[in-house]
Structure formats: structure tokens, C-alpha cells
Design a protein around this ligand. Structure first.
Ligand SMILES: Cc1cc2nc3c(=O)[nH]c(=O)nc-3n(C[C@H](O)[C@H](O)[C@H](O)COP(=O)(O)OP(=O)(O)OC[C@H]3O[C@@H](n4cnc5c(N)ncnc54)[C@H](O)[C@@H]3O)c2cc1C
Length: 468
């Protein structure tokens, strides 16, 4: 049997303890939110080096065997779900931080390094890795790069794409592409590492990365603000950006019912601002002088209240307050917990259209039978809004109806069906809403060039047409 030969060869390459099949896969899953659902796969392999990843790919390539890559399993597009015949390659044992170069301000890490540990290692050396979001304790750097993750600091530091200088990647046939340069400037032909960033594991497996670090901000100030309307929040974004120079690092918007759910009296976080405002903003600044930065934000807020630009504001007074403020924004398990099923979205559209779009889509989704709530929140500074739709039913019809209501209007705004999470398996049907036929064809040609048999993360992002 072909599968037995493949497993035999994988065991020869890695050892029996790192090729898990049958009962040995017990306790394994395809997503951290679905840990009760067992992983379906032929086997899961646990390489510890780039050479082992390359050998796995060589074996699978020779047998035309499908492979699915696993990072921290926090992705939100179904991309880590495998089929019964798939070999799952998990990078969990390749989690080392190999080097921190203080002069070049770069860090060399393995693809399985956990984001929070990368942040911590940088902090210990007085440096800062600015990629940050709620799932940082589980997400792995290879997964973050493969999805070009965004998060809460994009307004100041950019997406993952801006934070990666070089990559080492294993291609589906086992070739190793070493692009681990520490150079900020390198115009020697095509930017190959960039091609793999955001490719969702369809072109290669990211085994190591050179990450770009920044100076550690020694001061962080944060405030919650209550707004009467969307236009007011938008005007304040632009005004505060100008007033604070480059210090504004986050500008997160929560619709009133989202804030109220996150700070309900029955929940773990009390409300810093009273309930009742239609919109709430959490803004943060990062700088070098705590007292000065605090006073600067305090006087800006004072000015905003006096001139009637928003209704009320409260400033964090301590590190504990800062944590509390951010928990309200990031601990989505609270709103997700109000019903049995959750459908999440990460769309983007021109900033000025967000208020109108969210009002109409939210109302339409909440009018559907089976929907309990459509919570809206997001990174306003990046034009990126998340919907977390809580519902009583997991039916495919309801899911499709919600998709239609959320994605359908985006074409009219020239928006994107994925600002951060990617396309994976879940959003494939909607790709053509954000990308032209010519762009999709070019993506298919690139995939066919690198993975002609469609073995790596098959069916993610797009399908490859059969050759005539
Ligand atoms: C509570 C919560 C909050 C979140 N907030 C944000 C947010 O603010 N911004 C944001 O962008 N995302 C967010 N996400 C989504 C998710 O955390 C990110 O997409 C993250 O980058 C995924 O990393 P991972 O290691 O978990 O990848 P996985 O889920 O394991 O995989 C994601 C994709 O990357 C591929 N992949 C994984 N590792 C590799 C590798 N080494 N080489 C090649 N391909 C690989 C997988 O095959 C899959 O296609 C959030 C998720 C949760 C649960």
C-alpha cells in the first residue's frame, strides 16, 4: 500500500516517535477553538530541523502525497483542517530563537517559535517585536508570516510583511530556499521572501525567519473614549494622528453593544467608561518618556472633550489598567460565549465608508433567524473591521446567508473579504470579489510553477484548474 510505504519512509527519516498515526494522534486537533474535534489525517509528523522538513517534502513529493502545514492552529479560515489521507506537518518542535543581533536589530527564529516568546525575547534585550494580537500565546511565527498577520499595532509598524527581512522556505518538492539575509536594502531581483508572506502555506513551508525589531517603547499610554457617531471617531483618528506625530500605535473601535458585552457586570472586566455610547475607541501611544507622554495624551483628551469631539474619556493610570483596557478589546471569548456557534469576519474597506457599511450589514445579519448578535469591532486606523456573529445554529444555509450579507456589499466599496486572516478554505468562494480574473489566473500560474501537483496545503486560497 502506498500509504504504508510513505509512513515507513517518514519513520526512517524522523524516527517512530515523531510520526504519529492512529491512536498516537489522540488529543490532536486542527484548531484551538475546536479542541474537542479530533484531528483527521493519515499521520502527523514533527520535524526538528529544516533538513527534516525537506526530507518529508521529498518523500511526499515522490509519492504525490498531499501535505497540510500546522502552526499554532489559531487561523480563522479553516486552513489547517486536513483530510483522512493527508500528512500533517507540524512545526511545533521547531520553536527556537536562534539569534538576536543587537546591531542589525534583527532576530533569527525557527518557524514554530511562539509569537509571545518572540516578543518576550526581544523585550529582554531592550528591543520590540511589534506584531501583536489576542492569539499571541499560541500563534507561531511561521503561521503569522504565512497569513501576513496584522493585529493592533499596524497603524504604527505595518503588517507582518513589513517586519520580515528574510525567510528560509522548503518548497513542496523538498528544495530549500535560503533567503535569510539581514539586509534592510537588497534590490537583487525579485523579492522572493515576500512571495511566501501571505501565501498561506500554499507555496512553501517557512522554517526560519529573520525578523526586524524596533526600539522598545519605554512608555505606553492608553485611553477609552466614548463617541456619539462614526464621523466623530473618524475625525478624532485623523486629528490625534496629526497631534501625536508618530506616537499613535493603536486606534481600535468597538460598537456600543460590543463594548457592553465585553464589560457586562456578569463578566470579568468592569467598564472603564459608562455604557450607553454608540461607539467606543481604545487608543494607545508608544513613546520614550512616561510623564511627558501621559501629559501629552491627557491634554489632547481634555481638548477633545472641551471642544465636544467626544463625550467622555478615561486614561490608564498604571500597567494594570493598561492590561485591563486591552483585555476588553482582545478577550473575544466573552462575546463568543453568548451563543453556541460563532462565525468571524475580517473585512476591510475605505475608512470613510465603514460607519454606513457596518450599520446596514449588522442590522441585516441580526435580522436573520438563528443569529443572536453581530458584534462589530476592529482596527479603525487600518480600515479593518471584524464581525463576530454569534448564532444558535451551525447550519450551512445560515452560514451562507451571513457570508452573503457581509461580503456581498464589499464589491461596491472596493473592499477586501480578508484584511488579515487570509482566504484559506472558508473564503475561496469570495476571492473573486476582491481580486480580478487576471490576478487569480496569475496566482494559479505561480502555484502551478512551484507546486505542479498541488500537494502543499491543497485547495487553500484557490483551486488549480485541471490541465486540458
Ligand atoms: C483570538 C484570536 C485573535 C486573532 N487576532 C488576529 C489579529 O488581530 N490579526 C490577525 O492577523 N490574525 C488574528 N488572528 C488569526 C490568527 O491568530 C493568525 O492568522 C495567525 O497568524 C495564525 O498563526 P498560527 O501559527 O496559529 O497559524 P495556523 O493557524 O497554524 O495556520 C494558518 C495558516 O498558515 C499556514 N502555516 C502555518 N505555519 C506555517 C509555516 N511554518 N509555513 C507555511 N505555512 C504555515 C497553515 O497551513 C495555514 O494555512 C486571531 C485569532 C484568534 C483565535
Amino acid at each position: 500500500m502506498k500509504t504504508q510505504v510513505i509512513i515507513r519512509q517518514l519513520i526512517d527519516a524522523l524516527g517512530a516517535d515523531r510520526v504519529l498515526e492512529g491512536a498516537a494522534m489522540e488529543g490532536r486537533h486542527a484548531h484551538i477553538w475546536k479542541m474537542e474535534e479530533p484531528l483527521v489525517a493519515l499521520c502527523i509528523v514533527l520535524p526538528v530541523s529544516t533538513e527534516e522538513v525537506a526530507r518529508i517534502c521529498e518523500i511526499c513529493h515522490a509519492h504525490r502525497q498531499r501535505m497540510v502545514v500546522h502552526g499554532g492552529l489559531t487561523g480563522l479560515t479553516g486552513a489547517t483542517i486536513a483530510e483522512a489521507g493527508d500528512v500533517v506537518i507540524s512545526l511545533e518542535r521547531m520553536d527556537g530563537i536562534e539569534e538576536i543581533d543587537l546591531y542589525s536589530r534583527v532576530m533569527l527564529v525557527q518557524g514554530g517559535a511562539i509569537l509571545e516568546q518572540v516578543q518576550e525575547a526581544a523585550r529582554e534585550r531592550g528591543l520590540f517585536f511589534p506584531l501583536g494580537f489576542g492569539a499571541r500565546g499560541s500563534a507561531r511565527i511561521g503561521g503569522c508570516i504565512a497569513t501576513n498577520a496584522g493585529g493592533v499595532n499596524v497603524i504604527k509598524y505595518g503588517m507582518t510583511r513589513n517586519l520580515v527581512l528574510g525567510l528560509e522556505v522548503v518548497l513542496p518538492d523538498g528544495r530549500i530556499i535560503n533567503g535569510l539575509k539581514k539586509l534592510v536594502k537588497d534590490n537583487t531581483g525579485y523579492a522572493l521572501s515576500q512571495l511566501f508572506i501571505g501565501s498561506e502555506g500554499t507555496l512553501g513551508i517557512i522554517t526560519r525567519a529573520v525578523l526586524r525589531l524596533s526600539a522598545l517603547p519605554s512608555s505606553r499610554q492608553a485611553a477609552w473614549l466614548g463617541f456619539r457617531d462614526f464621523e466623530g471617531a473618524l475625525a478624532w483618528l485623523r486629528q490625534s494622528e496629526t497631534a501625536l506625530g508618530g506616537k499613535l500605535s493603536a486606534f481600535e473601535l468597538l460598537w456600543g453593544d460590543t463594548y457592553e458585552a465585553q464589560t457586562a457586570t456578569s463578566g470579568p472586566y468592569k467598564a472603564p467608561l459608562a455604557h450607553g455610547y454608540p461607539l467606543y475607541v481604545l487608543m494607545e501611544t508608544q513613546g520614550r518618556d512616561s510623564d511627558k507622554d501621559y501629559m501629552e495624551l491627557a491634554s489632547l483628551l481634555e481638548e477633545g472633550i472641551t471642544s465636544g469631539q467626544f463625550e467622555d474619556a478615561v486614561l490608564a493610570q498604571s500597567a494594570a489598567d493598561l492590561q485591563w483596557f486591552w483585555n476588553i478589546r482582545e478577550d473575544v471569548s466573552i462575546m463568543a460565549g453568548i451563543a453556541g456557534y460563532v462565525q468571524s469576519f475580517d473585512i476591510s474597506l475605505p475608512i470613510r465608508d465603514i460607519g454606513e457599511y457596518v450599520s446596514s450589514v449588522k442590522a441585516a445579519v441580526e435580522a436573520l433567524d438563528g443569529v443572536v448578535k453581530a458584534f462589530a469591532f476592529g482596527h479603525l486606523g487600518d480600515g479593518n473591521i471584524h464581525f463576530l456573529v454569534c448564532k444558535h445554529s451551525g447550519s450551512a444555509e445560515l452560514k451562507a446567508a451571513i457570508d452573503e450579507l457581509v461580503y456581498g456589499p464589499l464589491a461596491g466599496y472596493q473592499g477586501s473579504v480578508s484584511a488579515e486572516h487570509g482566504i484559506g478554505l472558508d473564503k475561496k468562494r469570495w476571492l473573486s470579489l476582491s481580486r480580478s480574473a487576471e490576478e487569480i489566473e496569475l496566482m494559479q500560474q505561480i502555484k502551478q510553477l512551484i507546486d505542479p501537483y498541488g500537494l502543499l496545503n491543497p485547495g487553500r486560497i484557490l483551486d488549480i484548474p485541471e490541465k486540458p
